[in-house]
Design a binder for this molecule. Structure first.
Ligand code: ARG
Length: 291
């Protein structure tokens, strides 16, 4: 495998906001000017892809499917580490139709040796992929979210499948329904997060696994602008249009902030991180092989 980041995105040709499964989704606003919004979405997706490529990533684009608009958020397709993909199971019927096409796409990636192994979740559990399981390369562990979408019982499954440490954070609100909307581990060890999105126990767990100077608290306007939903490639942080305060904080810490206007996707409750899935994350120490 090359050392360039390998990132999956989905072609936005079938993207729209046609139902509501989180409080940000505005089917009415979409419908008012569907055509221009669809056009803007294509432009925004292309701009994100270009920014990833400019940061030296290789981007693989999956085709979307009519009637499955949220396939543009492949972060929710699977949890991927060391070539193993643990396929997602979606909580809402509106997204369950994505499971089969995402699996097919992963079979094709396996045939091309971009993925080695595909694993299914045990029956009865929900887990919405990297959206609720953020790999922290600095600490070598998964930060996982549960509650609104993913089941708490999926947390030990992730630990077992990948043989890595997992921190479980309970999400307290419907606004910040996936971990990646309110928590982002940065490559230098900082954690950018929005404290009100977590229960007290969740905040305590974040405090236990980070030093005070590593914690960057997003303000409400920064969280609502989906800036926490960022893609980090080395010292480059790619995110939706960001308030000046957050840009200044990250710049001071030595990061280069690249902003993309992702408004058409924020209308569905998603932004840069959800629109991508890293296929090349590798642990420093991979899981011991089973007897
Ligand atoms: N409309 C999608 C949903 O509610 C947005 C998903 C965004 N993905 C993410 N990983 N946060 O499921």
């Amino acid at each position: 495998m090359s050392s360039r980041p390998l990132i999956l995105m989905t072609d936005p040709g079938h993207y729209e906001v046609s139902y509501q499964i989180n409080p940000w989704m505005r089917p009415d606003a979409w419908a008012e000017c569907a055509q221009s919004r669809a056009e803007a979405a294509r432009g925004a997706s292309a701009a994100l892809c270009a920014a990833l490529q400019a940061a030296d990533a290789q981007v693989e684009i999956l085709p979307g499917r009519p009637g499955l608009p949220d396939m543009v958020f492949p972060a929710n397709a699977a949890v991927v580490l060391d070539g193993t993909a643990l396929m997602a199971r979606f909580r809402h019927p509106e997204r369950q139709g994505e499971e089969a096409p995402f699996r097919e796409a992963f079979e094709a990636l396996r045939a091309r040796r971009m993925i080695d192994e595909i694993v299914s979740l045990p029956d009865g559990l929900f887990q919405e992929g990297a959206g609720d399981a953020h790999w922290d390369a600095h600490r070598q562990l998964f930060w996982t979210g549960y509650g609104p979408r993913s089941s708490k019982e999926a947390v030990p499954v992730i630990a077992e499948v990948f043989g890595q440490e997992v921190v479980a954070l309970e999400l307290a609100t419907q606004q910040f329904y996936h971990l990646d909307t309110c928590f982002c581990p940065l490559p230098g060890g900082e954690a950018l997060y929005f404290p009100p999105a977590f229960t007290e126990a969740g905040r305590a767990a974040i405090a236990a696994f980070t030093d005070p100077d590593q914690r960057i608290e997003a303000a409400p306007d920064e969280a609502a602008a989906f800036c926490v939903n960022a893609v980090c490639l080395g010292r480059t942080v790619i995110m939706a249009k960001a308030p000046a305060r957050l840009k200044a904080i990250l710049t001071e810490r030595g990061y280069r902030v690249v902003e993309i206007d992702l408004a058409p996707f924020i209308l569905s409750g998603g932004a840069a991180f959800c629109m991508t899935l890293r296929l090349d994350h590798a642990a420093a120490r991979s899981r011991p092989s089973l007897p």
